[in-house]
Design a protein around this ligand. Sequence first.
Ligand code: BJ8
Length: 425
Amino acid sequence: MADYRKMWESLGLDLESHDQLMNVLPTTYGSVYMSQENRPEGMEYFDFVVSEVHGQRIQELQDHKAAGGKVIGAFCVYVPEEIVRAAGGIQVGLCSGVEIGTAQAEKVLPRNICPLIKSFMGFKLGKVCPYFESCNMVVGETTCDGKKKAFEILNDFVPVHVMETPQMKREKDKALWLSEVQDFLATVEEYTGNKVTAESLRQAIKDTNAKRRALLRLNELRRHDPAPISGKDCLLIEQISMYDDVPRFTAQVNALCDELEVRVKEGKGVAVTGAPRLILSGTPMALPNWKVPHVIETSGAVIVAEEMCTGLRYFENLVPEEEETVEQMVEAIAGRYLDINCACFTPNDGRMEKIVSLAGEMKADGVINCTLAFCDPYLVEANRVTKALQEHNIPLLNLETDYGQEDSAQIKTRVEAFLEMLGNR
Ligand code: BJ8
């Protein structure tokens, strides 16, 4: 990796803590990713992106800013990236999947709060995330209580625009959400100093749809047995989709899919034919949270879909491309985003229907529903997931975990027992 210390310094990072983080990542990545056998060659690009996670992409963000562009951070797949792109900005995902800056975060947050919230606060207060430090503004949302209250605190350190996400999906909720998306467009125009035109928004919709289509294509290829790519690799690609350059990322995913199509024809896979096929559902797994997928896939199973925001929820729906005016396109964008099945909504039947249909489509043997500790919406919704899967006779394992490694052995024991049970069916 080139020497980026000057850049990190100019961003105001705490270099000592940042070094500690950067020293751990290659070892973890090596043991989780480089140990896999029969990996597709197309994963080389994504390995490179991780090796440059605080390097090349951050440099690109600085170049963009030096040319007058703005960088906008987001924590939720409800934030419409098409709008930021249409205004000439770059949107980056800021959720993080690692315990860091915990001591600083616990000065402003309660100890017993979801690790994802604690992690993003720790990253900001500990000054260890160059993405965060590159942002001109961040966008929050009123999804879960923890996040929405944490954004009040975060606003002391960086300008935060909060979008009010409704909690239901009735007509009046749709109207509220549309007005929130319209306000977001006005805010983004103000921040970037650029007017969103019909032409720029149409292009942004097309570019973002192309990215989502590439991810859908990748997901489709996982229907085959043997699966041509591991769940761990797919999760990594889904994590990278939140911050990489859009056209470059799209081209790389499509190139990988070309390779996977050949693999499928040749019957080549990453696991043996007939290996147990699982769907992973639950709270998002932000980079570099690979703990549970690693446990699953080193226990002999293969993950064939992620019903998560770092997964299908991010790319399963596209924005219609036929609209002509900015107003019509904004309405289409609002409609597409409100279709996402987050447990912060009530009821959230769409999620149960999706898991059940996905299990059939992907010929899955079972589902692992993995929830971050202290995430009330998903922990309570585990009851609805259990009921829906029982009704369809689909085996389910519910897991609750955090970003620590201490429970890895216990999770492995439970996953192995689940796989044994599947083998006896
Ligand atoms: S659309 S899942 S990305 S809100 S895990 S912080 S819910 S306490 S991340 Fe999410 Fe948007 Fe929903 Fe998806 Fe709160 Fe739960 Fe923590 Fe969570």
